[in-house]
Write a protein that binds this ligand. Structure first.
Ligand code: 13P
Length: 264
């Protein structure tokens, strides 16, 4: 089955609104020359304060798709209430988001997010009609101890618990080995593809083979314009979640362009 690639930029805690607007404009001026059908699914995830400075860009060719989609970097699972500092799925949707990143290793590590919380968030996002981008990944210690696969499999089983096969099929997973994030050390593409295939097998176990065939699984961790073609040439890597290289229009656009050379 052919899965449409996703190129997603996670801006993390970077860029004031003026810089976020300039980056958004730089991406917009690149994607304007293509239709949503020609492009990968392009997603940008600014900080909450910059959500109002960007917006989804609908395609003008009548295909019904967007040239740019907007994601939140996190959300709470409750719809409203006394949760100081949090935002709900409905608020993210109201701000123009159609995707929400959850379970990023930085949130697991620095904000003690558990698998159970990530599962609650995934369910809330799906119930709200948005698409979760569920992150998973192992530490260097786990990799060296030979427990990468069992760790990732347990993160995925927990995140997808009690979610219907149809909803799993429409979700997105991002495999981001923690040792590859922000280090410049990209995971070998063949190895990333192996882990992603393993994730697909876990999805097949919990949600069936149709969902496993349909779900888009991305790689993240020091993705650059120079690495994306090899990554996208792998059988099971359906796109990338990009941190550092998504912070300039030049490199993000080059990643999109290089993706179109080998996939879409
Ligand atoms: P880098 O691309 O900076 O390694 O970040 C990856 C990441 O964490 C994306 O969510």
């Amino acid at each position: 089955m052919s899965r449409k690639p996703i190129i997603a930029g996670n801006w993390k805690m970077n860029l004031l609104r003026a810089d976020a607007t300039a980056l958004y404009e730089g991406i917009k001026s690149f994607v304007k020359d293509y239709t949503a059908v020609q492009l990968p699914t392009v997603v940008i995830a600014p900080t909450f304060t910059s959500l109002s400075a960007v917006g989804s860009v609908p395609c003008d060719c009548g295909c019904g798709g967007n040239k740019i989609n907007v994601a939140a970097q996190n959300c709470h699972w409750e719809s409203s209430g006394a949760y100081t500092g949090e935002i709900s799925v409905e608020m993210a949707k109201d701000a123009g988001c159609s995707y929400i990143i959850i379970g990023h290793s930085e949130r697991r590590q620095y904000f003690s997010e558990s698998d159970e919380m990530i599962n609650k968030k995934a369910k809330a996002i799906i119930a709200g009609g948005l698409i979760p981008i569920i992150c998973c990944g192992e530490t260097l210690e786990q990799r060296e101890a030979g427990i990468t696969d069992e760790h990732i499999a347990s993160q995925i089983r927990a995140a997808l618990k009690d979610i219907s096969s149809e909803d799993v099929a429409n979700s997105v997973i991002a495999y981001e080995p923690i040792w590859a994030i922000g280090t410049g050390k990209t995971c070998d593409s063949v190895e990333a593809n192996r882990v992603i295939k393993m994730i697909r097998n876990v999805v097949s176990e919990v949600a069936g083979s149709q969902a496993a065939d349909a779900i888009r699984i991305l790689y993240g961790g020091s993705v650059k314009p120079s690495t994306i073609e090899e990554q996208m040439s792998q059988s099971d890597i359906d796109g990338a979640l990009i941190g550092g290289a998504s912070l300039t229009a030049e490199s993000f656009n080059e990643i999109i362009a290089n993706t179109m050379k080998v996939a879409v």
